[in-house]
Ligand binder design. Sequence first.
Ligand code: GLP
Length: 269
Amino acid sequence: MEVIIASDQDIVALKCADIIESQIKTLPDSVLGLATGSTPVGLYKELIKRHREHGLDFTGVRTFNLDEYIGIPANHPQSYRTFMNQNLFDPINIISENTYVPDGMGENPLDSGPLYEKKIKDTGGIDLQVLGVGTDGHIGFNEPTSSLQSKTRIKTLTPQTLEDNSRFFSEDEFQPKLAITMGIGTILESRRILMMATGESKASAVREMVEGSISAFFPATALQMHERVTVIVDEGAASKLELKGYYKFVGKLQDDLIKKHRPSDWISR
Ligand code: GLP
């Protein structure tokens, strides 16, 4: 894993946007895997800015979101489809038919997972997957004990996840307890993974994910098995990393290398 420690969440967003911009400019028909939650909001704002001010072009890009709640329609204010439309898709020039979010209201929810897997395969697979991490170690909605080879399917959310995400729902509002999510196996099939985490509330999760033992009990540790993961964190989220000094040292050497080579040379299918 490549671990990049940025001074604050704004720099995390800028660094992630640099990676995505470089991906899109090198492969304009890139397939991006996208995440919801508070963490990527700054990244999406920066991508919108680069589209508006520098013409970053999304017309060839296809996107697959990680997950969606079951039991609320796509146009519900708390659906992940609504989140993506508002926070990224509507303000950029992506073709809306090229944006996919798992179907949380499918007639037979058990069919929706395999259909989503097929769609991902039909586009040629995900080039770059953006991820955040839950405080219980979930990626997407792959809660503790999810199979490390799992594919898109329905998951029941843990009490901790329900509590963490309750801030988005008003007290008398229905909060779904089920979600459809790409599996850990689906995520690991992406060609490159960009994991973002910010704030001290994520420090234990980041420590476990990067330095803990691989275990289905902490799904994010599965990323250790992928050959191309970049973890970008701020000082708060990095605060419990044992080898923090080492990652910073590696980062400095990397920056020197980047000055010599164009990062776009490293993007391929
Ligand atoms: C949700 C999403 C995850 C996200 C996580 C963290 O549960 N399903 O994809 O990574 O929350 O969210 P936040 O960024 O708000 O901390």
